[in-house]
Design a protein around this ligand. Structure first.
Ligand SMILES: [Zn+2]
Length: 330
């Protein structure tokens, strides 16, 4: 199997090509985008500058300025600490338990919110829906969609729904730079969305299909932060701005550093289930990854982590350790 010399993506990855130096097209695209961003200077360079821009979301008339979804892992916990202590925004915190949530993750979320004295909502009312969702996407023979995608999307949409319900115009979460890049790829997102809908339709449970479809309507409300100028123009009424905190260069997704901060601050506990090597709060991930490795020889972690390598956030060694873990699952 050929792999990109830089980001380690395998040649089984859809749409991948290599130049003579062994580097893939996605790495070349990344470099071109970064160069362009630098030229137009449409990016925040430090936290203070960002803080100034986010001040406009402080609204004393309301109880909450921002919704912060947290999984109980270190990235989202760090995000919440920053939002409260550095940005002085008043958050409503949202944690999703879809039925396979590691109990330690929920405990972390509860402990941190108590420590920061902020309100927490735990969403746990759709276990039947989530069970069927996993059943459909684990059974389908369509290789391009990992069961983690529809699940991740549903949890994301739940966040938008809660923000909308409480009339909160801003959502800030702890997605890694790799997850953000996957979201920013519009063509891919539309393709995934279409396929997911086809898979659910073909399953033949129309009641479920309708519910699944209704969920996506929240997407009409979201505005995904892409560049600095997005925060200069006013947000349309009824819309919700989504900012993944780690999109900014000055935040690094170094799990070890974040872990230390969380342990010192509120006695953060590692999750019992942590697969692959780094962090996840979901007990389904090993099964989903096993399925993905078996039928297509790569997982969404390959996609996410390749971006992290390009951005200099993790090393190839860390990535290879993850790949070894995934092979064991196969
Ligand atoms: Zn590459």
């Amino acid at each position: 199997m050929t792999m990109c010399k830089r980001c380690v993506l395998p040649d089984t990855f859809p749409g991948i090509t290599f130049t003579a130096d062994g580097v893939c097209n996605f790495c070349h695209q990344y470099d071109a985008q970064e160069k362009k961003k630098e030229e137009v200077k449409n990016d925040f360079t430090n936290e203070n500058e960002l803080k100034e821009y986010l001040k406009k979301f402080i609204d004393k008339e309301k109880k909450y300025d921002v919704l912060v979804p947290i999984s109980g892992g270190v990235d989202s916990c760090f995000t919440l600490i920053r939002i409260v202590e550095e940005f002085n925004l008043r958050p409503l915190v949202f944690h999703s338990d879809h039925g396979w949530d590691d109990k330690e993750a929920t405990n972390n979320a509860e402990r941190l919110c108590k420590h920061l004295d902020v309100d927490l909502i735990i969403w746990k009312n759709e276990l039947k829906f989530m069970r069927k969702l996993f059943k459909i996407f684990l059974e389908t023979s369509e290789p391009s969609i990992s069961p983690c995608f529809p699940c991740g999307n549903m949890l994301y949409l739940n966040g938008l729904e809660i923000a909308d319900h409480f009339n909160i115009p801003l959502v800030v979460n702890g997605y890694s730079k790799g997850q953000v890049a996957m979201m920013h790829n519009k063509t891919k997102a539309v393709d995934w969305y279409t396929r997911m809908n086809e898979i659910v339709f073909d399953y033949g449970d129309m009641e479920f299909f309708e519910k699944f479809n209704r969920k996506w309507q929240m997407l009409n409300k979201q505005v995904i932060y892409q560049e600095k100028s997005d925060l200069e123009k006013p947000l349309e009424p009824g819309k919700i701005l989504f900012i993944p905190l780690f999109v900014f260069k000055f935040y690094k997704t170094d799990k070890e550093v974040l872990k230390q901060i969380c342990i010192e601050r509120f006695d953060w506990k590692p999750l019992k289930v942590s697969f692959p090597d780094r962090t996840t709060n979901c007990e389904m991930i090993w099964l989903n990854s096993h399925r993905d490795m078996k039928i297509r020889n790569y997982t969404h972690y390959h996609d996410e982590y390749s971006t992290l390598i390009r951005a200099g956030e993790i090393t190839r060694e860390q990535y290879e350790r993850m790949v070894d873990d995934l092979k064991k699952s196969g």
